[in-house]
Ligand binder design. Structure first.
Ligand SMILES: NC(=O)c1ccc[n+]([C@@H]2O[C@H](COP(=O)([O-])OP(=O)(O)OC[C@H]3O[C@@H](n4cnc5c(N)ncnc54)[C@H](OP(=O)(O)O)[C@@H]3O)[C@@H](O)[C@H]2O)c1
Length: 307
């Protein structure tokens, strides 16, 4: 039975976890090792399709994969951003880059991107990354926003994965990365649909990975914590102050991408970037879980008051 006992705010525990993580991440050459592992993980290359490639984590995936020689298909709504990125990557790396403007909250656009996936015989990597957050309690947020979120995070990811997998399995090679969130582990007020859609991605990825064992195709649920990107710059996050979150909890999108790609050479389906967040997730199933959940809730309240 899950323990929901309120142990009150314990900022000392969070500080201890952050300190522990800082010490571990200080290991010499750790990032360089991750990059080298990432480079080995998927070679030889092919085409990668990335949703939400117009900014943040998706854009960093595109840049990183371009350095590794992948051809790319970039998907998002802001077509001009995608075109500028495509022009830059083609110019610098001589790869092929396709741009597909699509709103993944619309069923017809999901179907159009699915058809594009099916039409790409060289697709070896699908990254379901597009996403957004909302602020406010469940009923304060318009129903259509909840449903949009379910479509962008889950319906699109399921549809694109369904379209991509047969060819990957046939070739005995490929990977699907579903960009989830650390929030999947911490259901809390003010983000009910967000945490639920991300928990779905974790569960979906684990089940699919089990089903695909021995096929040469990998599935990953990537669960970042607070990451510098445009996620907290949308109209929904107006007034959001990054300073309300402890500095040690922020990660760069580059770190998230490097840890994700490096992990493809291993067997972990659930990938949590950053030692601090790994420690928190590890503690969820320990006797400390009440403290960890309440600390996470306290952090969340800093940017989502009244929750
Ligand atoms: N940043 C964080 O702290 C954090 C933490 C955990 C998980 N994540 C997850 O990481 C993923 C990437 O987010 P990010 O941090 O990189 O934020 P971001 O910079 O805001 O990027 C979000 C991307 O998703 C695209 N997108 C949003 N709605 C879309 C729609 N309806 N149709 C198509 N594309 C859409 C955006 O492109 P357009 O606006 O051009 O459509 C953008 O390219 C998301 O799934 C998010 O939940 C982020």
């Amino acid at each position: 039975m899950t323990n929901h006992t309120n142990h009150g705010g314990r900022p000392g525990v969070l500080a201890a976890l952050v300190g522990l993580g800082a010490a571990l991440t200080g290991l010499v050459g750790w990032r360089a090792l991750q990059r080298a592992t990432a480079d080995r993980a998927l070679l030889p290359t092919g085409r990668a399709l990335i949703t939400g490639a117009s900014s943040g984590i998706g854009e960093k995936f595109a840049r990183r994969l371009a350095t590794m020689g992948f051809d790319l298909t970039l998907v998002a709504r802001r077509e001009e951003r995608l075109r500028a990125l495509a022009d830059e990557l083609v110019g610098v790396y001589g790869i092929q880059v396709d741009v597909l403007a699509a709103d993944l909250a619309r069923e017809e656009d999901i179907a159009r991107v699915s058809r594009a996936v099916e039409a790409q015989p060289d697709l070896v990597l699908l990254i379901n990354n597009a996403g957004f957050g909302t602020r406010g309690s469940f009923t304060e947020v318009a129903l259509e926003r909840h449903l949009d979120m379910i479509r962008v995070h889950d319906v699109a990811s399921v549809a694109l994965t369904w379209s991509a997998l047969p060819r990957m399995v046939e070739r005995g090679r490929g990977a699907v990365i579903n960009v989830s969130s650390i929030a999947a582990f911490f259901p809390s007020g003010g983000g009910s649909t967000y945490t639920a859609t991300k928990a779905y991605l974790n569960n979906f990825s684990e089940a699919l990975a089990a089903e695909l064992q021995g096929t040469g195709v990998k599935v990953q649920a990537l669960c970042p914590g607070f990451t510098y990107s445009e996620f907290h710059e949308t109209s929904e996050y107006e007034g959001f102050d990054r300073g309300h979150i402890p500095a040690g909890l922020w990660m760069s999108a580059e770190q998230v991408v490097d840890e994700s790609l490096a992990a493809l050479s291993g067997d972990n389906v659930i990938v949590v970037p950053g030692r601090r967040y790994q420690a928190m997730v590890g503690a969820i199933n320990s006797p400390m879980r009440g403290i960890i959940r309440n600390t996470a809730r306290a952090v969340r309240r800093r940017w989502n008051p009244d929750r």
